[in-house]
Design a protein around this ligand. Structure first.
Ligand code: ADP
Length: 552
């Protein structure tokens, strides 16, 4: 018989949460740590510019207090338009130290969209790099609100542009206090950042991050990507994109070094890796592809192995394999703006060591398992909310549940409610669950091709096309078809050497030999592919083109 259970809860110590045993989590504390532990180490490199952790800390405190003197505080929005330059990194600390929310603008957006964002976010201060003065002036004119304080970053490495603001960033910092004793937010649920998703249809949605989520995802990154004090991180990923997947905080959390980079150009990337001994970098698969296809005169051989994390779109296994051959160790991440960047990693298994390079790359092209900081992920039927069987075949929607999922969409309760229905965050990505626990994306909901009632994954066809030696880049979309409803249409950019030599029939036959025949593209169109500002191929543009083709 069971013994009598104790009637008093023995783990109640009688002490409530106090300042001594409970503090709001915030990634701002990483900067304080780095400045105390490594005050004199190089924190930031930007062309010839060097800054120590002590100096970065002081500049961020100046930025915070200068903003506060303008009346900026909790709940206000400070927007920034900047490439991967020191001011952008500093804004990730200085803006939230003042209590405000950082809104990073995508520098490839047009003036109308920027004007929409400035209005929707109710921006009070706008920090802008001089190179973007043209589009920002236009956006401000469309927005029409002259109450926004505009601060120019006059980066010596900027190409062109002019000063359009009320003062320069450096003058602004002078008005601040380098010894500011900032306080963490009272509540870690307080907003820290606002990021607009690209909004391929309709207006973009503003994704709101909180301090707690940013803290946790930064640490998740540091763990998964094995960052340490000796890490030298090259900024090949735009910092405006989900706050650089939380890496402005992750790299700082270990006291590593940030190497800034204004333009994603292999002609700059290879020399910077060599010069600074870069150990880590991130980028969309398109960036990897740029490195793979860089001219030999630009490519360098390195003594050390470089860790590169890729995500944001599915990396074809052929690209992973070629990067490996060039001395880069690829880690595949998956995530989205709503999950502070990466939520999922294709974690390496020892058994994969023995596989040949192509088999390894195939394993690695799966999106994988949850970050250790992600509470849960699951592939579920969005109607019944039941998990799909782990058969590697049944398609469902990837759903997340975590402290590292956004607070919600700004001023958009309808979209927020829809995204969180049924107690999970709905990603809109379609995937299968493999028996080993790894998930694999088949498509975004809107990209799946439905042909004769069968689902065809555009990614599966792209994966096959990428293995053709003449293909540099490709994208497959649905093309309307009288008989089948939809058929796959492939858009292909050949490698320079194959230009004019490769026919659509070659590629269709290539696919028919390797995947189910009905999945082979019905048509192949050659030419450059339209891309978004974050390096993703704009499938909606191609879908329109495919539709036009059927009319001809
Ligand atoms: P958007 O592309 O709409 O601007 P995000 O930048 O948040 O928004 O992109 C997130 C989306 O990118 C995911 O929902 C998914 O469709 C795609 N994605 C991200 N990582 C991967 C990956 N590793 N493999 C395939 N798709 C990915």
């Amino acid at each position: 018989m069971a013994k009598k259970l104790p009637s008093t809860p023995i783990y109640e110590t009688g002490l409530d949460k106090t300042a001594a045993n409970y503090q709001p989590l915030t990634p701002l504390s990483f900067l304080d740590w780095a400045a105390r532990v490594y005050p004199d180490r190089t924190a930031v490199i930007h062309g010839p510019y060097r800054s120590t952790w002590r100096a970065v800390d002081q500049r961020c405190k100046r930025l915070a207090t200068a903003l506060m003197k303008l009346g900026i505080g909790k709940g206000d929005t400070v927007s920034i338009m900047s490439p991967n330059a020191p001011a952008m990194l500093e804004a990730h600390y200085g803006v939230p130290m003042s209590g405000a929310v950082l809104n990073s603008l995508n520098y490839r957006l047009d003036a109308d969209t920027i004007a929409f964002i400035l209005g929707h976010a109710e921006t009070k201060v706008l920090i802008t790099d001089r190179e973007f003065s043209g589009v920002i002036s236009d956006a401000l004119a469309i927005h029409g609100d002259t109450d926004i304080t505009v601060i120019d970053v006059d980066d010596p490495l900027a190409e062109g542009g002019r000063l359009i603001g009320d003062m320069t960033y450096e003058t602004f910092l002078e008005s601040g206090d380098p010894d500011f004793e900032w306080q963490p937010p009272e509540d870690e649920w307080q907003a820290i950042c606002l990021n607009y998703t690209s909004g391929t249809t309709g207006n973009p949605k503003g994704v709101v991050y909180h301090h707690r989520g940013a803290f946790l995802n930064a640490l998740g990154n540091a763990l998964v990507f094995r960052l340490g004090r000796e890490s030298v991180y090259l900024w090949t990923l735009p910092m405006f994109h989900c706050n650089g997947w939380s890496y402005p905080w992750a790299v700082t959390s270990v006291g590593g070094t940030h190497v800034c980079l204004r333009k994603i150009d292999p002609g700059l990337i290879f020399p910077l890796i060599a010069e600074h001994g870069v150990t880590h970098m991130c980028g969309a698969p398109i960036v990897l592809n740029m490195l793979v296809h860089a001219p030999d005169s630009v490519k360098r051989k390195f003594e050390h192995r470089i860790e590169v994390a890729t995500g944001g779109a599915a990396p074809p296994s052929a690209v992973i394999a070629k990067m490996g051959a060039m001395g880069f160790n690829v880690t595949h991440l998956y995530g989205l703006t709503e999950s502070y960047g990466p939520s999922t990693v294709c974690a390496w298994q020892d058994e994969w060591d023995g596989l040949d390079i192509d088999a390894k790359a195939l394993k690695m092209s799966r999106q994988g398992v949850r970050y250790p900081t992600l509470y849960d992920q699951s592939v579920r039927d969005p109607e019944t909310m039941q998990p799909v069987p782990d058969d590697g075949e049944t398609i469902g929607e990837i759903m997340l549940k975590s402290n590292t999922v956004m607070k919600g969409y700004l001023k958009n309760p309808k979209a927020t409610e829809a995204a969180f229905r049924g107690g999970w965050f709905h990603t809109g990505d379609l995937a299968v669950q493999h028996a080993d626990g790894y998930l694999e994306i088949k498509d975004r909901s809107k990209d799946i091709i439905i042909s004769g009632g069968e689902n065809i994954s555009s990614l599966e066809i792209e994966e096959c096309l990428y293995r053709h030696p003449g293909v540099m880049e490709c994208a497959v979309v649905a093309m309307p078809d009288d008989k089948w409803g939809e058929v796959p249409c492939a858009f292909v950019t050949p490698i320079a050497a194959a230009e004019g030599m490769l026919s659509g029939k070659d590629l269709i036959d290539w696919c028919k030999d390797r995947i189910a025949r009905y999945k082979a593209p019905a048509r192949v169109v050659f030419g450059p592919l339209p891309k978004t500002s974050t390096g993703k191929i704009q499938k909606f543009v191609l879908r329109e083109q495919a539709k036009e083709l059927t009319k001809k």
